[in-house]
Design a binder for this molecule. Structure first.
Ligand code: PLZ
Length: 399
């Protein structure tokens, strides 16, 4: 790759590709957003590193203040910053365990939480994420996810099914936290039925279980709200963030109820680079872009365009079994027509056609049959339409 910006990637041969992946939901504000570039340049010229635990600096505190303001809920919050999404998830589990004095962690079918040892245990899919890399961390239990296209259950029914598994197989008294992606990412952009997340959060609160929203892929304006949890007004006890937070510079965070965060002993959380000054400057720049350009609203507009283009494709091609997602996080699930039998071969063919014809797209899902769309929120309507013209041609040209 040679250059990138505004939804276009230029490769080493000078070919332009339209970006419908944003580096997996990272460059939501664009690949070289003005406020990110200028703040990073200024910071890098001032100082690159001190280690926040040794010599604190304003940028870290400013990011924590922004996180407190933007994440769901108006309770007292604190944040700790890290380098990657997986590291944030690991730390959320550490915090929940210390705060509750309990060990068990519940995650869901199709979940993706990272590639470190604990987060591999939390991730559902074996190949390629876990195969041969065990043994995995213990005390991680999996509950059934709400997956309306496949289970046909209402949110309340699916929550009752999950809670029954948790109570029978784990026991609330042993459970430190429930960790869930409000819209699943790698697992297939599965959007739980309305009511599922609120019912789960209510059960957690009633049982002293920490409800952790993994908003690493769904957060920071992607779904048309600042966070996907906002859609149903769910207020998580802890929220993990990464990806979109810093416009492409590695940064991650755990933000949560002050009393949970304060349960950890002094020195219990940390790391040499967590909340690096340059990464914090990038985050402040990205957040400025999101606020100035009202990117939650732009994500909803992008979502409306994608939904209309994908609805027409679904009417034409019976292989598109399901269309789901919210805002600029949308996907189609490809299945043998009129069944829920996955068709990963067609998904791979459509994806390859798109790449060959200048559109960067991503697949995902437990069966590899989900075609996902994550354009940068800086993309123009014209480019977006051009990209979906190619996606349409890809369906016509493959079988
Ligand atoms: N939680 C919800 O989406 C990262 C993974 C790409 P890191 N998803 C992209 C790959 O194949 O490795 C992700 C996520 C959710 C956690 C993570 C992990 O974030 O920054 O990749 O560690």
């Amino acid at each position: 790759m040679l250059a990138a910006g505004g939804g276009v990637i230029v490769d080493v041969d000078g070919n332009s590709l339209i970006d419908l992946g944003s580096g997996i939901a990272v460059v939501s504000v664009g690949n070289a957003a003005e406020s990110v570039v200028s703040r990073v340049q200024e910071q890098v010229a001032a100082f690159t590193h001190t280690c926040f635990m040794v010599t604190p600096y304003d940028g870290y505190v400013d990011v924590c203040e922004a996180l407190a303001e933007l994440t769901p809920g108006d309770h007292a919050k604190k944040s700790a910053l890290f380098n990657s999404g997986a590291e944030a998830v690991e730390n959320a589990v550490k915090i929940a365990r210390v705060a509750t004095g309990r060990d068990a962690v519940v995650v869901f079918d199709h979940a993706y939480h990272g590639r470190t040892n604990l987060t591999m245990a939390m991730t559902a899919k074996n190949m390629p994420y876990k195969n041969g890399f065990g043994p995995f961390a213990g005390e991680v239990y999996r509950a059934p996810m709400s997956y309306p296209f496949r289970d046909g259950l209402s949110g309340v029914e699916a929550a009752a099914r999950a809670i029954d598994v948790i109570e029978k197989q784990v026991g609330a008294a042993n459970l430190a936290c429930v960790v869930i992606e409000p819209i699943q990412g790698e697992g297939g952009f599965v959007v739980p039925a309305p009511g599922f997340l609120p019912a789960l959060a209510v059960w957690c609160a009633a049982n002293g279980v920490v409800y952790v929203a993994d908003e690493i892929q769904s957060g920071f304006c992607r779904t048309g709200d600042w966070f996907a949890s906002d859609d149903e007004g769910v207020v998580p006890d802890l929220v993990t963030t990464a990806k979109g937070i810093a416009g492409g510079v590695p940064l991650a965070g755990v933000t949560g109820r002050a009393e949970l965060m304060d349960a950890v002993h002094v020195g219990g959380l940390g790391g040499t680079y967590g909340g690096n000054p340059v990464a914090c400057a990038a985050a402040l720049g990205a957040i400025e872009e999101m606020r100035t350009h009202d990117l939650p609203a732009r994500a909803r507009e992008i979502g409306a365009i994608m939904a209309s283009r994908l609805t027409s494709l679904q009417e034409e091609y019976a292989v598109i079994g399901d269309l789901r997602g919210r805002g600029a996080m949308m996907a189609i699930e490809l299945c043998v027509p009129r069944t829920t039998d996955p068709d990963p071969v067609r998904a791979a063919a459509v994806s390859a056609y798109c790449h060959q014809h200048g559109v960067v797209t991503l697949t995902c899902g437990t069966w590899g049959n989900v075609f996902r769309f994550l354009p940068p929120l800086s993309i123009s309507d014209e480019l977006l339409h051009e990209a979906f013209d190619v996606v349409g041609e890809a369906f016509a040209a493959t079988r």
